[in-house]
Design a protein around this ligand. Structure first.
Ligand code: NAI
Length: 281
């Protein structure tokens, strides 16, 4: 008996890194999996069907069921096709993991519009399109569902040289909060993860130098996603779970106690005098 027996899942960007581990872990728990991956480079260029096919083969070798999808998450047609792959092959859809992603890092003053647009399109628009297409099917089925998005430290806290990626990932945070409120009426929960793991996307970053696969590999991320995809998490909605190796925690937007004026309006000078209290420092 698996935690996800009888369920059908889509994992976007499932051909490599974190998404591949999600797909394998979901299949191990009995889910039938659509392995979506465009098979491109880290910067979003190029395309290959081999990347998704390999993971489908791995799942089949384990005795699981899987189907490949090579569409891009960032177009309406692509998102429709990804969901259609689940329906055509497995007849239903219960779980969507929005994981596909690319990087085009540059400091703000050097960033081109193209670098901005393509990153927002894959991460933020892709998450919107796939969620909308999947949630429509889940609503129609009337048996609830699970949607798990992928945000990042970069969007939630900030990271140098990633204004496009950080904006997209912060957008996914806001999108997750709102979608979780709107879709819960259909029994669909929407949560997000903020992973940190060694993949081709991150292996050259200074923080990963000297770190081992065992400590910080993407295999540590998948169990949290399986939990969020399962019935175990039915009371968890609109949450952001951080995972870094063996450390699992939650990100929360916090509001300081601030200061209140008894009457009238604040002056800029008074704001200056109270700034430490306002900032909660
Ligand atoms: P990765 O580069 O190993 O895997 C991403 C996969 O997405 C690739 O196989 C790529 O072909 C696919 N992909 C890219 N654009 C696509 C599109 N338009 N349609 C379908 N598939 C597409 O990267 P990694 O590290 O596994 O990242 C997975 C997710 O986790 C991304 O959303 C990333 O932003 C996020 N993330 C990763 C962190 C890390 O430490 N590795 C940190 C924070 C977030």
């Amino acid at each position: 008996m698996g935690l996800l027996d009888g369920k059908v899942a889509i994992v976007t960007g499932a051909g490599r890194g974190i998404g591949r581990e999600h797909a394998l872990a979901l299949a191990r728990e009995g889910a039938k999996v659509v392995v979506n991956d465009l098979g491109g480079e880290v910067n979003g260029s190029g395309q290959s069907t081999m990347v998704a096919d390999q993971v489908v083969e791995e799942i089949k070798k384990m005795g699981g069921e899987a189907a490949p999808s090579y569409d891009s998450v960032s177009t309406r047609e692509g998102a429709k096709n990804i969901v259609k792959t689940a329906l055509d092959n497995f007849g239903r859809l219960d779980i969507l993991i929005n994981n596909a992603g690319i990087l085009r890092d540059k400091t703000l003053l050097k960033m081109t519009e193209e670098m901005w647009d393509v990153v927002i399109e894959v991460h933020l628009k892709g998450t919107f399109l796939c969620t909308q297409e999947a949630a429509a099917v889940m609503k129609e089925q009337g048996q609830g569902g699970r949607i798990i998005n992928t945000t990042s430290f970069s969007g939630l806290i900030g990271n140098f040289g990633q204004s496009n990626y950080g904006a997209a990932k912060a957008g996914i945070y806001g999108f997750t909060r709102v979608a979780s409120m709107e879709l819960i009426r259909y029994g669909i929960t929407v949560n997000a993860i903020a992973p940190v793991a060694i993949t081709r996307m991150t292996k050259d970053l200074p923080m990963f130098q000297g770190a081992s696969e065992e400590e910080l590999g993407p295999q540590h991320i998948a169990p949290v996603v399986v939990y969020l995809a399962s019935d175990l998490s039915k009371d968890v909605n609109g949450k952001i779970l951080g995972i870094q190796g063996r450390h699992v925690f939650a990100y929360r937007m916090s509001v300081t106690e601030g200061v209140k004026k008894k009457e009238g309006v604040w002056t800029p000078q008074e704001i200056h005098e109270n700034i430490k209290k306002i900032l909660g420092e």
